[in-house]
Write a protein that binds this ligand. Structure first.
Ligand code: SAM
Length: 306
């Protein structure tokens, strides 16, 4: 989305967001009945069943290499790990032969239940690469941060996307990484330090604390807190906590954060909104509602390779 410089005309010309596919329902778990019903109603039996089947499969393991250190496939070959490129992320690969190696909300981005050596290799602790869901690696290339710019990551912990933004900034400009949750910010700082990220400010607390920075940022990423349906393959908590009522609670938080995100953009700045969930209420409808509330933003059409 782009913040208008002056015009009050509103466009509705697209803004489709890529959706994650594939992955691992933790053994012994079933998808919430309300979620299954909604997916089938939204997508129809064919596409709906495809999505549900993918969510019952194994989680996929992605790895993103520090771009200062070479080409990801070359480095994977050197390590003896089989991998394939990710069309939507030049710095990332899909690793073969391992379940998800990290919990989204876990400790310092690290292994939890992977059989893949990437999760315990010393280069992981050295910040040579970051283990990240393949779909999650699609967001920062859409944000497209450029050296010299001022970038705000508004919901940044544990830092998967902040480390990616830092990589793209190449030490020039500024990354401001914020999260509401002080306990998660420790993990965020650890991951940014391990990455060797330069020119970064980290803050925590209610987003309203950032009000003095209204109108400042070239690009704002809102990787919003959400019901986490895209996490069902690897997170028991996401499965256990899901409910229609909880989805509605997130919709309200997302609306508030979207308004704050727009305020923090400079005129002409770009906002990217992402979630790790599938329902339209938290995705397309959240953007429609934002466009209904404000006449100073316009959607932009994006294309994502692959
Ligand atoms: N961007 C992160 C990454 O790539 O590693 C993942 C972010 S996670 C999807 C959503 C984050 O939003 C959580 O870290 C959570 O603490 C934070 N959050 C929840 N409510 C928030 C709020 N009201 N303001 C700011 N952040 C919030």
């Amino acid at each position: 989305m782009k913040k208008r410089r002056g015009s009050h005309r509103r466009e509705r010309d697209g803004g489709a967001r890529g959706k994650a596919r594939g992955g691992a329902e933790p053994p012994g778990h079933v998808l919430p009945a309300g979620f299954v019903a909604r997916v089938l109603a939204d997508l129809g039996p064919h596409e709906g069943e495809e999505l549900l089947a993918s969510l019952r499969g194994p989680a996929q393991l992605g790895l993103r290499l520090d771009s200062r250190l070479g080409e990801p496939l070359d480095v994977m070959r050197r390590l003896g790990w089989s991998a394939e490129p990710l069309p939507w992320s030049p710095e990332g690969v899909l690793l073969h032969g391992g379940a998800s190696a990290h919990e989204h909300a876990g400790r310092a981005q690290g292994p939890s239940r992977s059989g893949h050596p990437a999760a315990s290799h010393p280069w992981h602790d050295a910040g040579v690469y970051y283990l990240q869901d393949p779909a999650a690696m699609g967001v920062v290339p859409v944000l497209d941060p450029r050296p010299g710019e001022l970038i705000l990551d508004l919901a940044a912990a544990p830092g998967g996307k902040s480390t990616y933004v830092a990589d793209r900034l190449q030490g020039s400009g500024l990354l401001w990484s914020h999260d509401v949750d002080a306990s998660r910010v420790g993990t965020l700082v650890g991951n940014l330090e391990r990455w060797g990220a330069a020119n970064v400010v980290v803050s925590h607390g209610p987003v309203a604390r950032l009000a003095p920075l209204y109108g400042t940022f070239d690009r704002v990423l809102l990787d919003a807190p959400c019901s986490g349906e895209g996490m069902f393959r690897k997170s028991r908590a996401a499965l256990d906590l899901w409910s229609p009522g909880r989805v509605a609670e997130f919709v309200a938080v997302q609306a508030r954060l979207l308004d704050e995100a727009v305020e923090l953009l400079k005129p002409g700045g770009v906002l990217v909104y992402a979630t790790c969930t599938f329902g339209a209420d938290e995705d397309e409808a959240a953007i429609d509602a934002l466009l209904g509330r404000r006449d100073d933003v316009a959607p932009q059409t994006i294309t994502v390779p692959g």
